[in-house]
Ligand binder design. Structure first.
Ligand SMILES: [Mg+2]
Length: 108
């Protein structure tokens, strides 16, 4: 499946009101990222960092939820996931070429 196909299909399942465009999926993205982080935290707390297949599947599901909200934020911004991915890689390659992958700051 391509990013474009995923974004199109995901859009068909977006039910939030037009008035909440961008805000709704942004809040959802943060919520789902939190769910993912919490499950990873519990792997550390309860399983000594050992990832069982059951937990791995649960993490994959949460990652899918994150992806859905990323797709909706992109849709509400009027940008394709493909463009988001390409621009992100271009940014990282530029930083890599300039020896700036480490460190901090959005515009390095
Ligand atoms: Mg979830």
């Amino acid at each position: 499946m391509t990013l474009e196909a995923y974004q199109k299909e995901a859009q068909k399942t977006a039910l939030y009101p037009e008035a909440y465009r961008l805000l709704y999926p942004t809040l959802g993205l943060v919520g789902e990222a939190g769910e993912l982080a919490n499950k990873v935290k519990k792997v550390l707390r309860d399983q000594g960092g050992n990832l069982t297949e059951e937990v791995r599947e649960a993490l994959v599901a949460e990652l899918g939820d994150v992806l859905w909200y990323v797709a909706q934020v992109a849709t509400d911004l009027g940008v394709s996931l493909e463009e988001v991915a390409q621009k992100n890689l271009a940014k990282l390659r530029s930083r890599q070429a300039r020896g700036q992958l480490g460190g901090s700051g959005d515009n390095r």
